[in-house]
Design a protein around this ligand. Structure first.
Ligand SMILES: [Zn+2]
Length: 64
């Protein structure tokens, strides 16, 4: 079970966590990865971040 380090809210459901996807908008990220940050739905503190649906080196997908 996860607790918000800032406000102490117990985060038990997805609704308690505000996921924000960042579609590689930051300039220093050239790869077509989708990053997300997980924030507390109560106070907005960023709890963690990661890569959603990562395609290693952009090798996935297949030809179009
Ligand atoms: Zn919080």
């Amino acid at each position: 079970m996860v607790h918000c380090p800032d406000c102490g809210t117990t985060l038990t459901e997805a609704a308690d966590i505000d996921f924000t996807e960042t579609d590689a908008e930051m300039g220093f990220i050239a790869a077509s990865k989708r990053f997300y940050t997980a924030s507390c739905a109560a106070c907005g503190t960023t709890i963690g971040s990661g890569v959603a649906g990562a395609k290693a080196g952009g090798a996935g997908g297949g030809a179009v």
